[in-house]
Each structure stands twice: as C-alpha cells, then as structure tokens.
Write a protein that binds this ligand. Structure first.
Ligand code: ADP
Ligand code: MG
Length: 725
C-alpha cells in the first residue's frame, strides 16, 4: 500500500497524538486528548471531579474511550399485553391510574399502577421515593423503560426510567447508546443520556485529530473500519452495519495489542534464556520396555514428544499442559523427568497442597524405585533432621527427584543442577512463584512445565498464558466408563443413602463433599459435622473418615491414608480433596449444597471418581428452589463430562474477570472486547500480531508506524501495561 507523501514528515507530529488512557500525574499538555475533562463545555470542575472519582474519566481521551456497554432500541414501544419475560428492556407508553405507598420499614415501596389500551401493570420504586413522587402526576402519561418481570399474573417493572410522553414524537434512536454511570453521577444529570450529550460536544472537537492505530495492511487484510469512523459509530451509530463494523474494529484493536504484548514477552524470554540441552532417551527407553504399567494414550505420546522437542532444543521450555481430570498428567510428568535425569539433571515436582504432594510422592516412588532413582518428599511438615539430609543430597546431585509443596521454593533448597521444574495445578500458583523456580539454576534457567486440570477455553489460555506454549491432553485412557451424573434434591436423601449402601456392599468407596467457604466458615463447619453425624447414624457398620481444612496436616493425612488404603469406606470432606487426589476404588461422589459450588470446582470434584475400571457416579444434592445460574451449572454438569465445554459455560456465566489467574494478566482491562464471546476475533488478532512480529519485530517498516506509535503511547501511559511484567 503506498504511503502518503508527507507520511515521514508527519511522524514527528503524530507520534504524540492518539487516543490515550489517563495519566494520573500531570504532564505538560501535548495533545487535545490529554485535555482535562473539566474544560469540556457542559462539564465544569464539579462534574469533572465526579467523573474522575466515579468512572476514572480524567481527560478527553478517557471520555472518548468510555464506550457504551449496550444499545437500546428507543424507536419501538410495546403494548402491555405483548410483554414477555425474555425481554431485557422494553418501552411502554402508559397513563398513571393510581399511586400508593405500600409496606413498612425496609419493605416500603412506591407502587404506580399504569394502563394502556391493552392492560395494566405496576411500576415500583424502593428508593428515592420522594423524588419520584414529585414527578408522577396522577393521570399523567409517560414512557417507561425497564425490564419487565412477572409476579404471579401481574407485570411489573422496578425503577423504570421515565420520560414525558411528548418525547415519543421526537426522532427516536434505534441504537440509543447506554453508558455505565453511577447514582452520584445521575443526580448531577450525568445519566446515560447526559454522558451521550457531553460526547456530542466532544466528538466534533477532537474528531480531526483521531489517529489510526492499526497498519494499512491489517485494516485491509481483516477488512476493518478506520479508527475515526469506528469511534464515531460506537457513540453515534448511523446504522446496524456501521455499529457492528465499529465494534468489530475496536475489539480487534484491543485483542491485537494484548496479543502483541504477550507475544513480545514470549519472544524476549526465549531469546534471553538459553536452556539446558536434555536430549538423552536412554533412561526412558528402559522405563518404556520394562516398567510402564499401561499403554500411553496417543494424546500422552503427542504431548511427551512436544516436551522432548523443547527440552533438547537448547532453549528454555515454558509449557502449559492442559488435561482434563484423569487424563494421566502424572505419567507425562514422570516421563519428562526421566528425560531430564537421563541427561544428568535433577527434577522437582511442586503441588499446591500437602495431601497432593504426598500422593504424587507415593505414586512416583514406585516408578522411581523400579528405576533405582532417588526420590524425596519436602513439605512444611518435613522434620528438620530429614531436611538436612535432603538438602545435602540435592547439593551433591545424588537426589534426582524432589516432590513437594511450595516449601520447595525456599532459598535454602539448592540443587546441584535443576534441569526441569514441574508445577501441578497451576491455578494455585502465580507467575511470581514460577519466577522463583527459574532462579533455582544460575547457569541455565530450568525448563518449566505447568500442569493444570482446570480446562481453560482456548481463547482464554491464549491470553492468560500467552507467554507459554500450550499442550493439550485431550483423550482419556481407554476403558474408562464415563461418570454418570444426576441431580437430586434434599428430600431424596433416603434413596441416595440406599444407593450408597449398595455400592459399599459391592466393595466401592464414597466421597461426600460439603462446601466450606471462608465467609460462612463456622456455619459450614457445623453443616459438615451435622452431615458426618447423620452419615454415622445411617451407616453404623461402615468405617468413616473425615477431612477438613481446620484439621492439623498430619491428622488430615492420617485420615486420607486410611481412605486410600480402603480401611474406611466413606470420606466426608470439604473441598480439600478437590485437586488431584487419586483413589481408583472410590466410585461415588456426592456433593452437598452443590448449588453453592462453582462450575469448574464441581467438575474437579467429580473428577475424583471415575479413575478405576468401575462405573462411577456423581450425585449433586441441592435444595429445590434454585437461581437461574445455579440451575444452568447443575444442568451442564449432568449433561456433559467434557471439561472444555464446561469451561466455556463457566466463562459465559462468570466472565473472565472471575476466573482464577486472570487478574494479573491484564485481560480484565479490556474495554469492549469480550473473551467469552469474541473468540474468533481474538484468533484473528493473534494471527495479525504474530505476522507483524514475524516480519518486522522492531516495527521499523513505515507501514507499521501506527502500531509503533500506539505501543509507545501505551508504554508511556503504562496503566494497562505495568501489570504484566
Ligand atoms: P490427572 O491428569 O488427573 O492428574 P492422573 O495422572 O492422576 O490424572 O491419572 C489418573 C489415573 O489414570 C491414574 O491412576 C493413572 O495411573 C492412570 N493412567 C494414566 N495414564 C494411563 C494410561 N495411558 N492408561 C491407563 N491408565 C492410565
Ligand atoms: Mg493430577
């Protein structure tokens, strides 16, 4: 694409002007976008202060980027008889028939009965009653706008917006932007409409100076609208197409810069950090031919190959393994360790809890013993004397495998030559901890393998772990019977007990899990204890175990081991058993108050069964009345065992901000793009970023100038960028 003649000359000027985020420290004004918002006509110092405080809007640039979060159709009106509950917001034109104050104290509310030709409905207010009363003349006609709800057979709307009926005759917008705002702003007339009005002032003022932030090549290839037009359309859509193009463009841009940043991070790291070449397969071959207890799945083989490629490449590996519960990540870990040990390096495996570290240790010890390799366990409860021995064995290099909790990260733990560090269940650890692992080998950073059973939708993985390579174990070992999941109500408890009895008679073991949430801890603990007692009464002959977070580590471990050995048949527990625990003979998982658990947590818990050859069951217990989200969660779990499908639903229900680990990744800063809905666009943006970095890593090509400028700008403002590094 040809560049305009004066392109190069204008570089100096454009460099300093683009839509920017707020800078909280005062700087000399360099662009109109940095003008303080109080200077905008219709704002002034008082409103400006509120905009600062309530919405973080300090400058013209900030306001311009305060995008509407949805659009309302103000051009159509509904008749009362045509209302239905699926509608998020509707407009009705109606006359006020009666106004009453009902209820007492906190229940007090204002109820206005309104009518149109087709029926009547109620408008209700719980707050600001005096204010509303002044504006609601009996017999007056208004446009009411809000979400209709059905109570019994009566329609009602809580806290509707109102406008005098005369406004119905104005030219009404099919895409009225709706801006987020707050009560304090509304009182100062900066409701959604008010914000739209000040944007009407702002846009013509700054429009000529809005700079393009993507390269002509990208605009062309992905058929994106120019930045200027996109900003105009997003605030003042002229047509459905215009709006949708604008949204696409702005979302793409956000994803593009997010990916550009993550990919840059990754490139710098791979360049900076040489890795130890660990390429000997000798030890591994011995293990394959003599000790491997089962046939690896194809997915396991593929992932092992990917790891092997990394470890012998001379570059440091940073790889994430995603594999659903029961997909056999532990064996992949062990085999990777053999690769490292076979080339003369040491390895460690870090788990988030003591129970899990123990279990890994027990599991790996069998294999290590068979191979004549030294293995040790290090947790918070390892005795001082044992620690000393262990530290020495690590420093001399004779200890090849160390399994433990974050006790591994302590500085006194020094290896002779740590070659591979594996982190199980990553979501419990942060990036900072990964960095501590890197520091354990001064000459070469150890290769790092992160394993997680929390299936993260691909889109999210790309953003969250954009700095890691991702391998997926998408296959379960053969012969597993899918877990059968049912949803039962508390009143069915006797039947559930009957079912447990049968399974125990067949020799199986049962988990019963109770929620234990910090905020309601004492109540939850009581629940758990009550539950335990009622189980003890119902199953007098059956030996029980109980494990919860309030117990000492050794007591927990003792109980856990009794269950693992099959001495006890029922394990009553809180979610401490959520991750990793492996008792193949346990075939029933009962989850009490299942409605209180998150979706991925339920899936993790269910993954504790179905690990042996027997048919396994998961029973979700709940009360009968459930909220909409709770019901979707339980229905989803009953419908599918697929961790990725579940993760997708979870993402849609909760949004990415709530998912673990997202806070530090910067993705919660997205203004308009939505990871749960805009996956295809994210993939495109990632491709584009990859292409730019591959062909022009330093952004020297003149056609990438808009990108370079934007990157610099973002570095200067740094609000978003500082979080990642
Ligand atoms: P997770 O991926 O949840 O950590 P584990 O590594 O604990 O799963 O493996 C679950 C169970 O499956 C273990 O008992 C393990 O020995 C067994 N397993 C792993 N890989 C295979 C395989 N290829 N064939 C049969 N069983 C396997
Ligand atoms: Mg595991």
């Amino acid at each position: 694409m040809p560049l305009p003649d004066n392109f190069l000359q204008s570089l100096g000027k454009i460099q300093r002007s683009a839509v920017t985020c707020s800078t909280h420290n005062p700087k000399p004004l360099s662009t109109i976008f940095e003008t303080r918002i109080e200077y905008l006509k219709g704002v002034g110092p008082q409103k400006a202060e509120l905009l600062n405080k309530e919405l973080g809007i300090f400058t013209y640039g900030d306001l311009l980027q305060h995008y509407p979060f949805r659009y309302e159709d103000r051009s159509t009106f509904l008749k009362i008889k045509d209302l239905h509950e699926e509608l998020e917001h509707v407009q009705v034109m109606a006359r006020i028939k009666s106004i009453d104050l009902v209820g007492m104290g906190t229940k007090k509310r204002l109820v206005a009965v309104v009518v149109d030709e087709t029926g009547e409905m109620e408008m209700t207010w719980f707050k600001g009653i005096t204010w509303v009363l002044k504006r609601l003349p009996l017999g007056g006609s208004f446009i009411f706008l809000g979400k209709p709800a059905l109570f019994g057979r009566k329609w009602s709307m809580a806290h509707p917006e109102m406008e005098p009926i005369a406004a119905a005759n104005e030219a009404r917008n099919k895409f009225q932007p709706v801006y987020s705002t707050t009560e304090k702003l509304k009182i100062r007339f900066l409701d959604s409409r008010g914000i739209s009005r000040i944007l009407e002032q702002l846009l013509p003022l700054v429009y000529p100076q809005i700079q393009e932030t993507l390269s002509p090549g990208i605009l062309d290839q992905y058929r994106l609208m120019g930045k200027k037009e996109a900003i105009r359309q997003i605030h003042f859509p002229s047509s459905p197409e215009g709006l949708s193009q604008a949204r696409k463009r702005l979302k793409f841009e956000e994803f593009f810069y997010l990916q550009l940043r993550l990919l840059t991070l990754k490139v710098t790291r791979t360049e900076k950090s040489r890795g130890q070449v660990l390429g000997s397969t000798q030890l591994l071959t011995g293990f394959y031919t003599q000790h491997l207890p089962f046939q690896l799945t194809n997915a396991q083989k593929r992932v092992i190959r990917e790891i092997f490629e990394d470890m012998k490449s001379g570059k440091q590996m940073n790889r994430l393994i995603q594999g659903d519960v029961g997909s056999g990540k532990t064996m992949v870990a062990f085999i990777s360790m053999l690769l490292a040990i076979g080339s003369g390096a040491q390895t460690c495996l870090m788990a988030p809890t003591e129970i899990l570290a123990n279990q890994h240790y027990e599991g790996l010890r069998q294999y290590a013993d068979s191979m004549g390799l030294q293995i040790a366990l290090l947790t918070g409860s390892t005795k001082k004397a044992a620690r000393k021995v262990l530290h020495e064995a690590l420093q001399s290099g004779e200890l090849a495998l160390l399994v433990g909790t974050h006790a591994l990260l302590e500085e006194v733990v020094q290896f002779k030559n740590l070659g591979l560090a594996i982190v199980d269940e990553q979501h419990r650890f942060g990036v900072a901890q990964r960095a501590k692992l890197w520091a354990k080998n001064e000459q070469y950073q150890p290769h790092v393998l992160v394993m997680t059973a929390t299936p993260i939708p691909r889109t999210l993985a790309m953003s969250l772990y954009g700095d890691l390579d991702v391998s997926v174990i998408d296959e379960l070992p053969a012969g597993r019977k899918p877990i059968q999941t049912v949803h039962r109500y508390d009143k069915d408890r006797l039947k559930v007990f009957g079912f447990m009895q049968e399974e125990i008679k067949k020799g199986r073991q049962v988990y019963i899990v109770y929620p234990l949430i910090e905020e309601s801890q004492s109540l939850d603990l009581k629940n758990l204890m009550d539950g335990y007692e009622s189980i003890a009464r119902a199953f007098p002959q059956v030996p029980l175990s109980i494990v919860h977070g309030g117990m000492k580590a050794d007591a927990k471990d003792y109980e856990m081991q009794r269950f693992v050995k099959g001495e006890t048949k029922i394990m009553v527990a809180t979610t401490v058993i959520e991750v990793g625990v492996n008792v193949p003979n346990a075939s029933v998982m009962i989850i009490e108050n299942a409605e209180r658990f998150g979706l991925s947590q339920l899936h993790q818990l269910r993954g504790r069964v179905g690990r042996g050859a027997e048919q396994s069951y998961c029973i979700l217990m709940s009360k009968v009345e459930l909220g909409r989200d709770s019901r979707i969660r339980l229905d989803t779990l009953v419908r599918t065992n697929d961790g990725f499908e579940i993760a997708d639903v979870d993402l849609r229900l909760r949004g990415p901000g709530d998912l673990m680990g997202t806070q530090q990744s910067g993705i919660t800063d997205l203004l308009i793009a939505d990871l749960s809905k805009d996956a295809p666009l994210l993939t495109l943006a990632r491709d584009a970023a990859q292409q730019v970095l591959a062909t022009d890593p330093n952004l020297e090509d003149p056609q990438h100038f808009p990108i370079l400028r934007q990157v610099r700008q973002q570095k200067n403002t740094a609000v978003n960028w500082s979080r990642i590094s």
